[in-house]
Design a protein around this ligand. Structure first.
Ligand SMILES: [Zn+2]
Length: 680
């Protein structure tokens, strides 16, 4: 879920930012321990702030880097594991979220029961597949597989198509049916069409895997059938949109009416398909990859029904492999775990069970998590901080020199409409109609999928709810969605050392505040400038805004070009520009917001540090990271984010930092006022 990929509709952000376990945001205990007082702040602020930590941190075995986010993912993962296992041990009364969570996990772990049932849980579906006799019944069965567990960031489910119910690109009032490609057993289109020997070998291994699965289901002539299934998937992959299209939202905005399917994509009996999918009345669609819909539908028309039936048998087993006997899971792991992902360790059933419980009952686990770790006071404090950030942005946008007056008006309207969620949703998903029963892992998974599908499809009949959450509270992360105009920051992210609801405001603003403000800036910068206040698609900057914005940013490119951590390698200022601008906007705005939070008072001194000092210190501590030289090289060459040390050096552009630490000419990080960059 923590993706850094920019796609059309949504951008999900992991806070790739660090602080330390021992240091709750700069409170009584943490800060003195982490500072390196032998380093002058003006010469090397990153080492001044993090020297203590850098001197003792060890990169965990088998990893190439370690930072605060990694620490929080580990810590929060353990908390979630404990909560789920406690719920399983408690044997709660039927009906509440704890019972559902506990029983889901316990059933998944009940391998004896799973073994005893063998493949019989699949019998009904296998019988339905065997009963397919013509294109209409084939289309109807395909309709039952419509997958709703996809979104703008997760495509290519193992069913031929997926639905993401989300706001329209043009009509902000209504949810629409976003229709997405799928149906491939390997993750990337290139896995199917890349002619290199390495990929040809991978395809041969996949074909063997298909044959092995078919044999487990006692399908006759498995080898021949596996070859034909692979060949069918190759043809589907050829019709899929190339990965590069995923970055261009305008290519995904293809509104189709229900009647268009028969004309533009003949082959599937669409009446049968949509009726079986439970959306017979749906009239409006947005088809993200028209070539895939046309191509896959043509294959339903042209290929033998028996081939499709074998394809469906294989994918049925594959889809439920995690709740089928060990022999299936072992074959699955041999291909997906070992061959495809290079995982050498033996699979850990409890880890899969935790992941499956989170996937099926995300907000139920989220309720248990926030009850224990993110009380309403935490939410209130985070909301107050967000309120000050919005106020600060209002002033900053109003005063911009590069943005034209008419664009400013649109930016301020977008700021006013921006909905920011913190911690957990105001309204939880109601799971009361979902039955979870001990000893029925397969049934639980199937019912949870059906529940989630109905939940999603029901949105088609409701107005858009910008307060809807797209990330579970127990995840260490945040999501920006441009349609609708919302951002959410989970409880898993809003915890020490990023954010301590009982802790020091200066540190909270310098760390989580700057992080949230960074993400807010993306709704207004070159990522967000094609979505208006209500999330409609369309550029709202003028060409002059763009020109002036780039001119204002030129100095920042040069500043980062000058950072060379290795003798033969410097940061590429252009490659990291967008994120550096967001860092700078985040830092400056968070500082304004911190000052607002003081209401004219002077902050107290803690551990000999003023509030201003703690604000910048917390910012620099966000970025601490230990990584191998190879990882650093890879980051500089490929990542759109600068190495943490230089992100921390963003402070060089902010006047208040010079005052807070008495930075003067002669200090290595000193920039003359005219060399400092503003932009937002
Ligand atoms: Zn960013």
């Amino acid at each position: 879920m923590l993706l850094f990929r920019t796609t059309a509709l949504a951008v999900a952000f992991a806070f790739a930012v660090p602080l330390n376990a021992a240091a709750a945001p700069v409170d009584q205990n943490g800060i003195a321990h982490d500072i390196d007082r032998s380093t002058k702040p003006g010469d090397d602020f990153y080492r001044y702030a993090n020297g203590g930590w850098l001197g003792t941190v060890a990169i965990p075995a088998g990893q190439s880097s370690y930072d605060t986010r990694a620490m929080l993912v580990q810590k929060t993962g353990q908390r979630v594991r404990d909560l789920i296992q406690d719920a399983a041990a408690a044997h709660s009364v039927r009906g509440g979220v704890a019972q559902k969570v506990g029983d889901y996990y316990a059933s998944f772990m009940d391998e004896d029961s799973i073994e005893a049932k063998g493949l019989t849980p699949l019998a009904d579906d296998m019988a339905m597949i065997s009963a397919i006799t013509n294109k209409a019944s084939l289309s109807a069965y395909l309709g039952t597989t419509l997958n709703s567990e996809v979104d703008g960031l997760t495509a290519n489910a193992d069913h031929i198509f997926g639905v993401w119910v989300n706001q329209s690109f043009t009509d902000p009032e209504h949810y629409v049916f976003h229709f997405l490609q799928g149906g491939l057993g390997m993750p990337d289109r290139d896995d199917y069409i890349d002619p290199s020997p390495k990929m040809a070998e991978l395809r041969a291994q996949y074909q063997s895997h298909i044959a092995a699965i078919l044999k487990l289901a006692k399908v006759a002539d498995a080898e021949t059938k596996a070859a034909r299934i692979l060949s069918l998937e190759i043809q589907m992959a050829q019709a899929h949109a190339p990965d590069s299209d995923a970055a261009d939202v305008f290519k995904q905005n293809n509104p189709w009416k229900r009647a268009d399917f028969g004309v533009k994509a003949p082959g599937i009996n669409w009446d049968a398909y949509f009726t079986a999918a439970g959306v017979a009345g749906q009239s409006e669609f947005i088809v993200w990859q028209p070539s895939a819909v046309t191509g896959t539908s043509a294959l339903v028309g042209s290929e033998e029904i028996d081939l499709w039936k074998d394809y469906l048998r294989f994918h049925l087993i594959e889809h439920y492999a995690s709740v089928l006997p060990k022999i299936v899971a072992a074959e699955d792991f041999a291909f997906y775990g070992t061959i495809l992902s290079g995982t050498q360790q033996t699979p850990d059933r409890s880890k899969d069970a935790i992941a499956a419980t989170n996937a099926a009952l995300g907000q139920a686990v989220g309720q248990l998590y926030t009850q224990r770790y993110f009380p309403p006071e935490a939410k209130a404090r985070a909301q107050a901080m967000v309120g000050n950030l919005i106020t600060a942005y209002h002033v900053r946008i109003s005063n911009l020199t590069w943005m034209s007056p008419q664009t400013k008006e649109k930016a301020l309207a977008k700021l006013a409409a921006l909905k920011i969620g913190v911690g957990y949703p105001d309204t939880w998903i109601d799971y009361s109609t979902l039955d979870v029963m001990r000893g029925d892992a397969f049934g639980n998974m199937r019912r949870a999928e059906a529940f989630n599908r109905s939940y999603n499809l029901a949105k088609l009949r409701r107005p858009v709810d910008p307060a809807e959450w797209r990330i579970d509270p127990q995840i260490v992360g945040a999501v920006i969605v441009f349609t609708p105009n919302t951002e959410t920051f989970s409880a898993g992210l809003l915890q020490p050392p990023y954010f301590d609801f009982q802790g020091d405001a200066a540190s909270n603003y310098g760390s989580a505040g700057a992080g949230i403000a960074h993400e807010i800036s993306h709704s207004f910068d070159e990522l967000g400038n094609i979505y208006d206040a209500q999330g409609r698609l369309g550029m709202w900057w003028t060409p002059e805004d763009l020109t002036k914005y780039h001119a204002a940013a030129a100095k920042l490119v040069a500043q980062f070009d000058g950072y060379c951590p290795l003798a033969d390698l410097c940061v590429n200022g252009k490659q990291v520009l967008g994120e550096n601008i967001a860092d700078l906007a985040g830092l400056r705005t968070a500082h304004d917001a911190y000052v607002l939070s003081l209401n004219g008072k002077t902050d107290i001194v803690i551990n000999g540090l003023t509030g201003e000092q703690r604000f910048f210190l917390a910012f620099a501590q966000r970025w601490r990271k230990a990584q191998s030289e190879a990882a650093l090289r890879r980051q500089i060459k490929t990542d759109t984010h600068s190495p943490g040390e230089y992100r921390s050096d963003t402070v060089r552009n902010v006047e208040a930092w010079y005052k807070a630490y008495d930075i003067a000419p002669g200090d290595k990080l000193y920039l003359k006022p005219e060399e400092r960059v503003g932009i937002w």
